[in-house]
Design a protein around this ligand. Structure first.
Ligand SMILES: [Zn+2]
Length: 313
């Protein structure tokens, strides 16, 4: 029998977020109602991987799991094999075949659909969020790192092996010489000057420390809004680097809608002057670029993960 409901999860480094969509509302569920259903489970790997996956499966059942589950996973995920190859936020899960592990816990007839968490968020925004009026968008998710997802002509762009749309690893600062400052720009991927080394929340904190400012970004953003010069300059600099990443992505893809999401997107308004400064330097013509905040907030990932299951329902 067809599942009466789709349950979906967004597995993150500190929390697993989840929710559900009932079959009766599946064709056009109201985004606000879905977002209000977001439930959370603490990500706890202290008892080992197996115990964590048991808790994830139990969480899915608590949400009313009935045979269909979508999951956004944090890291390089290969949708062809179901394996999470590398996870910067949850290294304990590196190399794990999440699809097989969840199937073993939920039953072999389960309809499971998994993808990278930022891909899932991009799909969510495209389906019910800030991108629902257009067929293509690029989502940058700003948090501990920078993630990204690309929706091209209505389809999630995964690339050749699931690594497409890794916007955080666009190189926006070339390495000139190995000064200590540049050593700080070395990314976990091995390259220098990746977007996530200069435009993530982590990067903003590094700049704050260097400027002798406190590291509470929400506090710094409030100070910037109030016109404080040091904080305004910090967010402007981060915004400029984010703008460089946006320029790089749009030069390649010519997609005119850019969404900014993730936890650090709460600083969108104070990042915007720097973003606009960077974008204003290029004159290509063509369709005007629209940069705007994502609409679904922390629910984007699980909502998009739910949508991942639809082709199999
Ligand atoms: Zn990188």
């Amino acid at each position: 029998m067809a599942p009466s409901r789709v349950v979906a999860l967004d597995i993150g480094g500190t929390q697993v977020k989840g929710g559900w969509i009932d079959r009766a509302e599946a064709s056009a569920p109201p985004a606000g109602v879905l977002a209000s259903r977001t439930r959370t489970l603490q990500t706890d790997l202290s008892g080992g991987t197996a115990a964590f996956l048991d808790s994830v499966a139990a969480f899915a059942r608590d949400l009313g799991y009935d045979g269909a589950l979508g999951v956004g996973v944090p890291g390089v995920f290969d949708p062809r094999t179901g394996a999470l190859e590398r996870s910067a936020n949850l290294p304990a899960l590196d190399g794990l075949n999440l699809e097989e592990e969840l199937r073993a816990r939920l039953g072999k007839e389960s309809i499971l659909a998994l993808d990278n968490d930022a891909n899932a968020a991009a799909l969510g925004e495209s389906w019910l969020g800030a991108g629902k009026e257009t067929s293509s968008l690029i989502l940058f998710t700003l948090g501990t790192g920078v993630g990204g997802g690309i929706i091209l002509d209505g389809e999630l762009f995964r690339g050749g092996s699931g690594r497409g749309g890794e916007l955080g690893h666009l190189v926006v600062r070339a390495k000139d010489s190995a000064t200590p400052e540049e050593e700080g720009l070395r990314c976990g991927c091995g390259a220098y000057g990746c977007l996530e080394r200069v435009a993530s929340a982590t990067a903003a904190k590094r700049r704050a420390r260097a400027a002798g400012l406190p590291l509470d970004l929400a506090h710094l953003a409030r100070r910037a809004r109030a016109g404080s010069p040091a904080e305004s300059a910090l967010f402007r600099a981060v915004g400029r680097d984010l703008g460089a990443g946006i320029l790089a992505a749009t030069a390649l893809l010519d997609i005119p809608l850019i969404l900014i999401g993730g936890g650090f997107a709460g600083a969108y308004d104070v990042l915007l002057p720097g973003i606009e400064e960077a974008l204003g330097e290029r004159h290509y013509g063509g369709s005007p670029l629209r940069v705007q905040p994502a609409a679904l907030g922390p629910a984007a990932g699980w909502i998009g993960a739910a949508r991942l299951t639809y082709p199999a329902l």
